[in-house]
Design a protein around this ligand. Structure first.
Ligand code: TXA
Ligand code: MG
Length: 368
């Protein structure tokens, strides 16, 4: 999978030609590869790169043709805006009209890092495709040396959604990106496995300084509370009623889904949960389904013929975050059609894990 960059130029690779993967984990070669990828971005190409959360698919945020190519490669709905990635604070002044004191403090504390701030966009600062026509732009400074150096090499802020086909689990390795996008993009900078594993927390600071979480992610509610006077969670995230539309357009889509049908089983009585899962797996197999379970280590379900995947201990949601998307892809790779999962508490990064898990399950949750 790990090819050297052997071909000059950057016309989109054809379907039968594997995508270029620059192995930027090899320190001695990284600088050279980053320069090559940066040049492609400068010229309007699209390149996937590692961040500390998930891999992104980057384009010059000011180049509408490049940004359109990102939407096309992903099959992404045009009403879903992209996050703009910067490597230096000075770049922010050109992107937004106004920075509130709370926003400054949040950046000081959490940048570089998995926090995206939605702020009023300076007219003309980025392609209108980036903002999907909104008057705000989401900006973050990723905490990954390769990402930061690539942005600097490109010489411009990079608009970058997660580098998956729309609706698929986000990629946490270069191989995941190649699986989804190989014939559609100019290259992948391989920086190894992403650390956090779920995307950045997307927030918008209200006029009174309250932080509104539009998408839970790598920075937790408690961490935000150490800096902001108050933190609220977008009521639209719970999806309880039609009049609570999520403020981050991306959160209304059935995202992150494996191909099989997944259900989350919740319950206090672990023996009852175990019994229910075993029974459902048995029935599914009788129907001819290929079964899989995505469980926490405490669940002790042992159903021989199902594919068993572990999200680690319930007490370490950061491990679950790190594994979740790779597990969803493993279920697909095994052709699993019927999946049962268990959940964890929404404390800390558990909020992001449960948000993504329930989206992967299309909201199907059974309470035992
Ligand atoms: O960790 C991350 O944030 C990754 C890495 C690559 O940086 N990126 C990522 O991008 O997750 P994407 O496109 O998959 O998700 C961006 C989310 C979407 O839910 C989108 O609706 C929201 O951010 N968003 C972007 N700009 C926005 C804006 N101006 N107002 C509200 N929501 C916005
Ligand atoms: Mg995404």
């Amino acid at each position: 999978m790990m090819n050297d960059w052997t071909e000059k130029g950057h016309s989109p690779s054809s379907a039968d030609q594997p995508v270029q993967i620059w192995d930027a984990q090899q320190i001695e070669k990284a600088e050279h590869y980053i320069a090559e990828a940066g040049e492609i971005l400068r010229q309007g190409g699209i390149v996937a790169f590692p961040t500390e959360t998930v891999y992104g698919l980057g384009a010059d945020a000011g180049n509408s043709a490049a940004v359109e190519a990102v939407f096309a490669a992903k099959g992404r709905p045009s009403d879903n805006p992209l996050i703009v990635h910067i490597s230096q604070l000075e770049q922010l002044e050109h992107l937004v009209t106004d920075i509130q004191p709370v926003e400054r403090r949040l950046m000081e504390h959490f940048w570089p890092g998995p926090l995206t701030l939605v702020m009023p966009v300076k007219p003309g600062a980025v392609s209108p495709y980036v903002t999907a026509g909104l008057d705000t732009v989401g900006v973050r400074m990723p905490d990954h040396p390769v990402a930061l150096r690539l942005i600097t090499a490109a010489g411009c802020p990079l608009a970058a959604p997660s580098a998956n086909r729309s609706g698929r689990p986000s990629p946490t390795t270069a191989e995941h990106v190649a699986e989804d996008l190989s014939s559609r993009i100019q290259g992948i900078v391989d920086g190894g496995s992403a650390g956090v594993g779920v995307e950045s927390t997307v927030i918008q600071v209200q006029e009174d300084g309250t932080v509104m979480i539009l998408r839970p992610g790598g920075i937790t509610e408690d961490q935000l509370l150490t800096v902001a006077p108050a933190v609220m969670i977008d009521p639209g995230l719970s999806g309880v009623s039609a009049d609570t539309t999520p403020r981050a357009p991306g959160m209304k889509y059935a995202h992150y889904a494996p191909r099989g049908s997944m259900t989350i089983v919740h319950g206090e009585d672990s023996a009852a949960v175990r019994h229910y899962i075993n029974e459902q797996l048995y029935q599914a197999e009788q129907r001819g389904e290929r079964t899989g379970v995505l469980l926490f280590d405490e669940d002790h379900v042992d159903y021989g013929s199902a594919l068993h995947l572990s999200l680690g201990s319930r007490s370490t949601p950061e491990v679950a975050a790190n594994r979740l998307y790779a597990c969803l892809r493993t279920l697909d790779a095994h052709g699993i059609t019927f999946i049962l999962a268990t959940g964890c508490s929404e404390n800390g990064v558990g909020m992001a894990v449960m948000n993504r898990l329930s989206k992967a399950a299309g909201g199907r949750i059974i309470y035992i």
